[in-house]
Design a protein around this ligand. Structure first.
Ligand code: SF4
Length: 498
């Protein structure tokens, strides 16, 4: 068994992201799969391009073609810089392909090695299988120890590789049955897109923490992390894969649905609504843009302030800022302009440039800001370092007052389900009250939307406790729907244990 087919694997390590990007919670991964379309890898590349916001460090595609078998390519950097070249795409023939974009959340965190780039591949007695995973396995370290003790040889530091090794150990006769066996051993969050020689497979964990949707295009089928990546190829959105569901898709039989896990109350990640998913995606039958707009409305109701201008911290604060302006009647304006072309390579070269920090990415629109009392709407406060710098830029531009309004509750707990979060003591809200944070950030006022307000915005009109609770909101509440067992073994204390 090997983690990838033996094609086209460049060596090396991707450097970590620049620190000014590190003050955000970082999603994680995007996954995509296509069956029944000629040159499926080209569609996968387009889909991954639309999912690039879910991971920019690296990407990979595996395809299958009856003549040449499984083929793969794994690359650092953006999809558009790699998977658009004819020379490379010609090495990925076939009507079946899956792909993955990555921001490392386990394994070599923030420091991707090419061996950690998915999809992973395994050769079994009944044929090969490739797998791409979005989420985090919270018992991966325990599983890894057990598998190594029993003779498995790991080739990457990724938690996702456990799934391939568990499949290899299964005694089931088919790959989908082996995958069911393997995933029953796995705890945590997983949305998976996988392929055999003849089938495209999609799976969501029983809690349904990470998204996965099904689309139809021509005679083919598509699986994607988000609906925005169906739109890019013109595919029709069919439905979400349900929590705990496995779909096996083949051109002959279409979509076959199974529920191999014990049923439980779903707990979809509420932060997907706040920040991770693209605003043009649909989650749970709801437009992400409309939800974010509604968060701004809730925020304006809960935390009004007298001011002259509502500005978003672009881009993720924009819909909530429009909602805040709509509800409060305070004019909306683009007081901060984002440079859309700031890439990783430009910011590498010198310490002096690195120290310019947030100014490289965001610039204040002085003409709009000067002399105004400004409401700044952002999606979250993590460490608070970027928020402080943005406040300074706004004051430097002549603002009279700065009022921060945050479109999520205080982030006080780390995520163990596929989102890169700092350790708990680095999260500002873990050790400061709202007022202490206001003083630390040096702003005139600071308010977060309440957890009930957030639930109302996502459509749960009765708030968080109506069905105790309907989403995963652990990074705000400390209420982890699956115990993070590897971390608890290392001494992490959940709120229940404190
Ligand atoms: S802990 Fe937060 S970011 Fe992680 S899955 Fe739960 S809600 Fe989403």
């Amino acid at each position: 068994m090997r983690p990838t087919p033996p094609h086209d694997i460049p060596q090396g390590i991707m450097p970590p992201a620049h620190p000014f990007d590190a003050d955000k919670l970082r999603e994680e991964c995007g996954i995509y799969g296509v069956i029944g379309l000629v040159d499926a890898a080209n569609f996968v590349a387009l889909g991954l391009h639309a999912l690039q916001h879910r991971g920019q460090e690296a990407g990979g595609i595996v395809s299958y073609d009856a003549e040449t078998g499984f083929n793969s390519a794994h690359r650092f950097g953006y999809v558009r810089d790699n998977f658009t070249k004819a020379g490379l795409m010609e090495t990925l023939p076939g009507t079946l392909a899956i792909g993955h974009v990555r921001y490392s959340t386990a394994g070599t965190k923030g420091h991707t090695a090419i061996r950690d780039v998915q999809p992973f591949f395994g050769e079994f007695s009944m044929g090969g299988a490739a797998i791409a995973h979005n989420g985090n396995i919270v018992n991966a370290e325990a599983l890894r120890r057990e598998l190594i003790d029993r003779g498995s040889i790991f080739q990457s530091s990724s938690d996702s590789e456990c799934i391939i090794h568990l499949m290899a150990r299964s005694l089931q006769k088919t790959i989908p049955e082996r995958m069911k066996d393997a995933l029953r051993r796995v705890e945590g969050a997983f949305s998976v897109v996988a392929m055999t020689r003849t089938k495209l497979i999609g799976v969501r964990d029983p809690l349904g923490v990470r998204p996965l949707v099904l689309g139809r295009f021509g005679g083919g089928w598509v699986l994607s992390s988000e609906t925005c990546a169906l739109d890019i190829i013109g595919a029709e959105f069919v439905r979400e894969i349900a929590p705990g569901e496995m779909v096996q898709i083949s051109p002959e039989k279409g979509v076959e649905s199974y529920f191999p896990f014990e049923r439980t109350q779903p707990r979809f990640c509420i932060f997907e609504h706040v920040y991770f998913s693209r605003p043009d995606s649909i989650l749970g039958g709801r437009s992400v843009y409309e939800t974010r707009h509604q968060i701004g409305v809730e925020l304006a109701r809960e935390a009004p302030v007298e001011a002259d201008l509502v500005c978003p911290v672009p881009d993720s604060g924009t819909p909530a800022a429009i909602g805040y302006s709509f509800e409060s009647g305070i004019p909306y304006g683009m007081g901060i302009i984002r440079n859309q072309y700031m890439g990783r390579t430009f910011i590498e070269p010198t310490e002096q440039i690195r120290n310019m920090g947030v100014r490289l990415k965001l610039n204040v629109n002085r003409a709009l800001i000067e002399g105004k009392r400004v409401v700044l709407v952002d999606d979250s406060v993590v460490r608070g370092t970027t928020s402080r710098k943005i406040k300074e830029m706004i004051l430097d531009a002549g603002a009279r007052e700065v009022h921060f309004r945050i479109a999520s509750p205080p982030t006080a707990w780390p995520c163990f389900y596929g989102v890169d979060t700092p350790e708990r003591d680095k999260l500002l809200a873990s050790h400061m009250t709202e007022d202490e944070m206001r003083v630390y950030l040096g702003v005139d006022s600071l308010r977060f939307v309440s957890l009930d307000g957030l639930y109302r915005a996502v459509g749960e009109a009765r708030g968080r406790n109506a069905q105790c609770p309907q989403y995963c909101d652990a990074c705000f509440s400390g209420d982890y729907p699956v115990a993070p067992s590897d971390m608890i073994e290392k001494g992490f204390q959940t709120r229940a244990a404190e």
